[in-house]
Design a binder for this molecule. Structure first.
Ligand SMILES: Nc1ncnc2c1ncn2[C@@H]1O[C@H](COP(=O)(O)OP(=O)(O)OP(=O)(O)O)[C@@H](O)[C@H]1O
Ligand SMILES: [Mg+2]
Length: 475
């Protein structure tokens, strides 16, 4: 995109100063303003208040008017240098005296407005932040180490947030407006973005960004965080190597990610390096280290509503690509049936995730999703497919204290009558609280899974102590 285009997109509100501008008019607008007025809007100090803000807008506008509009902004370093020169020049011409830190802060903010995502830029660059939530222009929250915090970052007004949303979605050929008021998108670095705007959102434009982690969480970290025990890891590694089909299920209770994708990423790392792996996702989040990996990503319909490629289309197509393992980022609908069929027809060792609160719920969810395929199959037939396809369910939860933990590892052992039988192999045992943190351990139940023969056939030897056999339990 050329600078001219970006400036045109950005100009809308940078000259409109600080007035608030709700996207609605009339009665709806006043309802929204009264709703917004009732919210805690400014107990947090805004760095962009008053004269500093005016100064920023003034310098920014002058800078934009003096920059060469044909400049290619993808050459970030060159553009930044040019902006820096002009910035110094303008400050000198206008006799604006600022301390060194003030000057640096003003420059960073202006550069972020022109080149980056405005007030969000520093949050995006901070690697300790895992999520960013913008609830209208004045309420910005982040997640750091599993905890939510409100941060002193504000936008000028609704228009300012809208401009940033447009800047994210426009290059992807997506659009957001009153007729399609929400959108999924992705930043260049792979971070996942969802935006919802009025009239659907009553608090102004809302943005949720799940940041792409440059350094994905490793298995060692999961153990260190207390998310899983090393015995359970040894067991899961053996299950992956022995090509069992695994469903990772994650709680939806808190409305936040329970860590399914992270666990899937870690479990995928156990796949031997010489296998052909196909990954299918809505937004490529998995970061596999193996050599032979093919990554496929679904595509939403374009502005005319055409060209959609669903996860289901990709799963069906994947079967013609000679995969040895199929990994589907998340099953949400009819693709689940195709995935089960793949698991049952020689593509064992496949893995996926689903939203559910317990292992048993996850199987019910899988059943419902299979029905979404619209094949008119009897429930009994689907249930048989489920029980023969899925070998193991790994349940992950975001706990009350903000930590994420594997809470149950359960074998899908077969069917009794119409009911799928399940056997817990590891269960999280909650023993108490310490400094606001949940204390407990993912304990083996003392039961060995029925599929041990598959693990042994693969030449893997798991000591019985992993399953708590021979271990004296302490109470
Ligand atoms: N065990 C863990 N300990 C600490 N943080 C974690 C853990 N697992 C995941 N996270 C962090 O939690 C956030 C959500 O993780 P993840 O994307 O894996 O969740 P998810 O269940 O796939 O979410 P969604 O349902 O939205 O796809 C990420 O920022 C991730 O880095
Ligand atoms: Mg996920």
């Amino acid at each position: 995109m050329s600078l001219l285009k970006r400036i045109e997109q950005g100009q809308g509100g940078s000259s409109s100063g600080g007035q608030s501008s709700d996207a609605q008019g009339g009665g709806e607008g006043s309802r929204l303003s009264s709703l917004q007025a009732r919210r805690v809007n400014a107990p947090i100090t805004s760095p962009q208040a008053g004269s500093y803000f005016d100064l920023k807008v003034r310098v920014q506008n002058k800078l934009l008017s003096e920059l060469d509009p044909s400049m290619d902004i993808t050459r970030t370093d060159d553009v930044k240098r040019t902006i820096q020169d002009l910035f110094e020049q303008i400050l000198a011409e206008e006799n604006i005296v600022l301390s060194r830190p003030e000057r640096a802060r003003l420059f960073e903010q202006i550069a972020a407005e022109i080149l980056g995502l405005g007030p969000l830029q520093p949050l995006l660059e901070d690697d300790t932040i895992s999520e960013i939530m913008v609830n209208g222009p004045k309420n910005v929250y982040i997640e750091r180490k599993g905890r939510l915090h409100r941060v002193p970052v504000t936008f000028e007004n609704n228009d300012h947030v809208m401009r940033i949303i447009d800047r994210i979605v426009a290059p992807l050929g997506r659009r957001i407006d009153e007729s399609s008021p929400y959108v999924d998108a992705r930043l260049q670095d792979g971070s996942r973005v969802n935006a919802v705007i009025p009239p659907i959102s009553l608090v102004g434009p809302v943005l949720t960004i799940r940041k792409f982690s440059r350094n994905p969480i490793t298995i060692e970290q999961l153990i260190q965080f207390g998310s899983i025990s090393s015995e359970a890891v040894q067991f899961l590694k053996a299950c992956v190597e022995a090509r069992l089909n695994i469903l990772i299920s994650g709680g939806t209770g808190s409305g936040k990610g329970s860590g399914k994708t992270t666990l899937l990423n870690v479990m995928s790392s156990f796949i031997p390096n010489d296998e052909r792996i196909l990954t299918i996702e809505n937004a490529a989040e998995l970061q596999l280290r193996q050599e032979h990996v093919v990554t496929l990503e679904s595509r939403p319909p374009n502005i005319e509503g055409r060209g959609e490629i669903t996860i289901r289309d990709l799963v069906i197509n994947a079967l013609r690509m000679r995969p040895e393992r199929i990994i589907v980022g998340e099953c949400r609908g009819g693709e689940t049936l195709d995935m089960l069929q793949a698991m049952n027809t020689g593509h064992d060792g496949s893995m996926t995730t689903a939203h559910a609160n317990t292992p048993r719920d996850s199987l019910a969810r899988v059943e419902t999703m299979c029905l979404m395929a619209g094949m008119d199959l009897p429930v009994r037939a689907i249930r048989e497919q489920v029980s023969s396809a899925i070998d193991l369910v790994c349940q992950q939860e975001r706990m009350r204290d903000g930590t994420r933990k594997v809470t149950t590892i359960t074998e899908v052992s077969g069917m009794e009558g119409d009911v799928i039988t399940m056997t817990d192999i590891f269960v999280f045992e909650h023993t108490g609280m310490e400094n606001g943190k949940i204390v407990g351990r993912l304990r083996p139940t003392g039961l060995r899974p029925k599929f041990m023969d598959k693990i042994e056939t693969a030449g893997i030897n798991l000591p019985p102590s992993i399953f708590g056999i021979g271990e004296r339990r302490r109470y």
